[in-house]
Each structure stands twice: as structure tokens, then as C-alpha cells.
Design a protein around this ligand. Sequence first.
Ligand code: NDP
Length: 239
Amino acid sequence: MKRALVTGGSGGIGAAICRKLAAQGCEVLVHANSQLDRAEAVAAEIRATGGVARALAFDVTDAEATKAALERELEAGAIQVLVNNAGIHADAVFAGMSQEKWARVIDVSLNGFYNVTQPLTLPMLRTRWGRIVNIGSVAGIVGNRGQVNYAAAKGALHAATKALALEVASRGVTVNAVAPGIIDTGMIEGVFDAETIKRLVPMQRAGRPEEVAELVGFLASEAAGYLSGQVISINGAMI
Ligand code: NDP
């Protein structure tokens, strides 16, 4: 049974990805930061349907705490499926953007990617099989007003995806990014109303977390072994 870690498994998209990977037969580590209770509920739900899952919590911006938590997990064996999904936004027009908002968003999406992925890479390479999926964003491809920090973090994550894919390709490890558009989770509450979504999205609706999870599930599967170094959009034809 392959072991999978989904960061931000306590959130909307992350929880759907955890359910999908569990249904595909992975043992799933459902990660949270502040909402361990939500991650525990997702793990309990997976166990109730016959899957294998457990919750854990750490702040991906805390390099030491992240490393310590991952080293504990690695004692039970390599984590071969990693979904870097934890992310936040802290929007402001750039002219008025505080240094704190700039740094906080970069810290979670980009430094968090390093803090989680780096300690897991060598053990994964040693098994000669791995899947890394980074959750980026349409904002990292085309930009978005009020999100210079978020677009920078996600755009850098897309670039890191391509570079890491080159380094690990010969060892059976694929690295891809999924770039969602507007997905119906807590993250978009109060950001996009129904009219705005209709205007921005040709399919005239927000995507569902489960739709993103289907794509991530495929990228994490055996069948996707020759697909690597890509940024795949899922956005209702926005771009
Ligand atoms: P949610 O707000 O529902 O979930 C965000 C998750 O990130 C939570 O599980 C949260 O943990 C975790 N997280 C936040 N900060 C940290 C931290 N410092 N350390 C560890 N974990 C942290 O958002 P979504 O499910 O919508 O978003 C998931 C991903 O998808 C994000 O990367 C987001 O940028 C991306 N995305 C989302 C889109 C959307 O429209 N919803 C569009 C494009 C991309 P906790 O709650 O436990 O603190």
C-alpha cells in the first residue's frame, strides 16, 4: 500500500484529494495546520468506508517542526505520493500591500513546498517510484489583480515543479502541478459572488473540489507514469 501525504487535507480541496487517494488504495496522511479536528474528521470518514488514514498537524512554514514531523513519519517507510496543497491568500492591491502579506503568502506556498518536499525526496527516490503533485493556481499563470503575492508564489511553484521533474525523472518519480481556477471552498467565500463567477468562468460556475481531486488522483496513479513536468489547468475554460 502506497503512503500518501496531502498537506492542507483539512481544507476543501485537500479533503477531496485525501478521499480520492484513499479510494485508490493509498494510506493517507491527512495534514492540517490549525484545524486538526477537521483533518481527524476526514481521516475518520475514510476509515469508516474501509480506507486507511490518519491525521497529523504542523505548520509548513516552520521548517524545523515540519522536518521533525516528517522524520517521525519516515520511520514507517517512504512517502511515495505527496500532494503539496496547503496554501493561503492575503489579497491587497500591490501599492498598498504590506510586507507581512507579501511574505506570509510566499512562506506557505513556496517555502512550505521546500520544507515538506525536500525531506521526503531522497527516501522517495530510493524506492524508484513517486508522485509529487503541487497545487498551483490560474493566478500563477495569468496573474490576478490584488494577488501579486499569491501569483508570485504559485508561479514560482509551477517553475519549481518543472525543475524538480527534471532532477527526479530517471528514478520513476513524476512531478506535476495542477492549476485550478475558481473552486468552491472556504477560500473563495467572500471573494467571488455568483455574478462574478458567471462573468469570469465560461462554464458559469465554480469548480468542485472533487473535480480537482479526480485530476490529482490520476496524476498520482500508476497510469500517469510518463506524465511529468507539466502545469495542468482545471478552470472551466477560463484560459
Ligand atoms: P482552504 O482554505 O479550504 O484550505 C487551505 C489549507 O491549507 C487548509 O487545510 C489549511 O490548514 C492549510 N494551511 C494554511 N496555512 C498553512 C500552514 N502555514 N501550514 C500548513 N497548512 C496550512 O483552501 P482550498 O482548499 O480552496 O485551497 C487548497 C489549495 O488550492 C491552496 O493551495 C490554494 O491556493 C489552491 N487553490 C484554490 C483555489 C480555490 O478557488 N479554492 C483556486 C486555485 C488554487 P488549516 O485549515 O488546518 O489551518
